[in-house]
Write a protein that binds this ligand. Structure first.
Ligand code: ADE
Length: 247
């Protein structure tokens, strides 16, 4: 999986993604992360990449020309019209299934905006997907791009070790993860739930499943409608939701 990130702050991207699991995967050659500096493509003698918006209004806009030329340099190298994701609060809110879908691409171009945004004409020309990482406004698209690279990379086969890629993690099957405990058995008077010390794997799995469902009901009830539940589990959650006792 090759990420090509169009940005005015390449160091921020490369530093942020060079350590830990993503750095290790890049070293192994499972991923490549390239940051292309949009400023290198300006034809302006002062290396300016922004200008005032027509019609007035606050702030500056990134101009179409340097963004397009930086993108074209990547597209020409790849040889195709690449999937190009613009990070913007106006995009579709990023979800685990989008990460899985992006992970199927060979190349992904990410476009990071700054200032008050980017001239609409170049967006129309190059962007295939617009993605927001949540309903808040950041100063630029670099942190969102790094979030996307992290979430997509861990879906690429081989990036996570078997230990790291737990099937039961949050959002697998649309549920939140169950609570977990490590040594010691008692800490500040709090004991590890008895069942986890029992050695009975079937009971442990049942308890974890129940905890996942309870947690999702309490913390993210919005996820339940599309969660993968058995018929029996669905009946239980529906009856609790309706204020009845479990059948
Ligand atoms: N750029 C600024 N804020 C953003 C957000 N919430 N998501 C994606 N890109 C952004």
């Amino acid at each position: 999986m090759n990420f090509h990130i169009l940005t005015l702050f390449p160091d921020m991207i490369l530093q942020g993604l060079s350590t830990s699991i993503i750095g290790r995967a890049a070293e192994k050659g499972l991923l490549s992360i390239e940051a292309v500096n949009i400023r290198d493509y300006t034809t302006n003698k002062h290396k300016k990449v922004d200008d005032y918006p027509y019609g007035g209004g606050a702030g500056m806009l990134m101009q179409a020309q340097p963004v397009y030329d930086a993108w074209k340099s990547i597209a020409d190298r790849i040889g195709d019209k690449p999937r190009t994701v613009y990070l913007t609060p106006q995009g579709s809110v990023f979800k685990q299934n989008m990460a899985k879908n992006f992970a199927k691409e060979r190349d992904l171009v990410l476009l990071c905006g700054h200032y008050e945004g980017i001239d609409e004409r170049v967006l129309e020309e190059i962007v295939t997907d617009s993605v927001s990482i949540g309903d808040y406004v950041l100063t630029g698209g670099e942190l969102p791009a790094m979030v996307l690279v992290d979430a997509v990379s861990r879906m690429v086969p081989g990036v996570l070790t078997n230990d790291e890629s737990s099937l039961a993690e949050s959002f697998e099957g649309g549920l939140l993860e169950y609570p977990q405990y490590s040594r010691p058995e008692e800490w500040r008077g709090k004991k590890v739930p008895e069942i986890l010390l029992s050695g009975n794997h079937r009971k442990v799995e049942e308890w974890r499943r129940e905890q996942s469902i309870l947690r999702t009901m309490e913390r993210r009830p919005d996820l339940l409608a599309s969660a993968e539940l058995t018929e029996k589990e669905r009946k239980i959650t529906d009856s609790v939701k309706d204020g009845k006792n479990a059948p």
